[in-house]
Design a protein around this ligand. Structure first.
Ligand code: GAR
Length: 221
């Protein structure tokens, strides 16, 4: 039986990943509670979503803080004051300091819209689209001190089609983000994630099925 995990969700923008987490919690498919949603952007639509679901929010803008670490101290205090165990980065567009990461060891998750370690940083979907890869996808990983370099928990693969635009590819990826992020948090809540160096082992869980995929498909010749 999974325990209820106290989440702090950090956002900067639309918050569609936040929404998928809220929906899973409300549906009873994610044993978690969002204690606080923190945005660095007062105009983030994610804050409207929070309000609609009666979830407490805090806006912490970077202006007024002398350094990244000062800002992160305020973030850490806010999360700790609200009893947060697992920090969930859901489109939070700031790099976290070592101080922040040390405050929540192996307890910060991030989602990235590409198959890491390819295309880290900003605009992962555009980077993959412009590069011309035939598959892309998304990755949930534990955050470490690098940019999108931490141990990988779960990935989803999507094909890139000749007819795609950056927008259609981004939408296809986002749909999978909304599936894998709640799944990663659920696995954490169930105590099934073991971080062993760079690798995350998922205990007591089915292994992937299916055959290799090709894009374009390999036809008989
Ligand atoms: C998502 O695509 C997420 O993967 C990405 O920002 C978007 C946020 O969307 N994150 C990054 O690029 C982090 N490097 P959302 O606000 O609708 O969840």
């Amino acid at each position: 039986m999974a325990r209820i995990v106290n989440l702090g969700v950090l956002v900067s923008g639309s918050g569609s990943n936040l929404q998928s987490i809220i929906d899973n919690i409300e549906r009873g498919t994610l044993p978690a509670q969002i204690r606080i949603i923190v945005s660095n952007n007062p105009g983030a639509f994610a804050l409207e979503r929070a309000k609609k679901h009666g979830i407490p929010t805090a806006v912490i803008e970077h202006a007024g803080f002398a350094s990244r670490e000062d800002y992160d101290r305020k973030l850490v205090d806010t999360l700790m004051d609200n009893g947060v165990e697992l920090v969930v980065l859901a489109g939070f567009m700031r790099v976290l300091s070592p101080f922040f990461l040390r405050s929540f060891p192996a307890r910060v998750m991030n989602i990235h819209p590409a198959l890491l370690p390819s295309f880290p940083g900003t605009h992962g979907q555009k980077q993959a689209f412009d590069y011309g890869v035939k598959f892309s996808g998304c990755t949930v990983h534990f955050a470490d001190e690098g940019v999108d370099t931490g141990p990988i928990i779960i990935q989803a693969v999507v094909p890139v089609c000749d007819t795609d635009t950056e927008e259609t590819l981004s939408q296809r990826i986002l749909k999978e983000e909304h599936r894998i992020y709640p799944q990663a948090i659920r696995l954490y809540a169930e105590g099934k994630l073991r971080v062993e160096g760079r690798k995350v082992r998922v205990l007591d869980h089915p292994q992937p099925e299916g055959s290799p995929r090709h894009n374009p498909p390999v036809t008989n010749f």
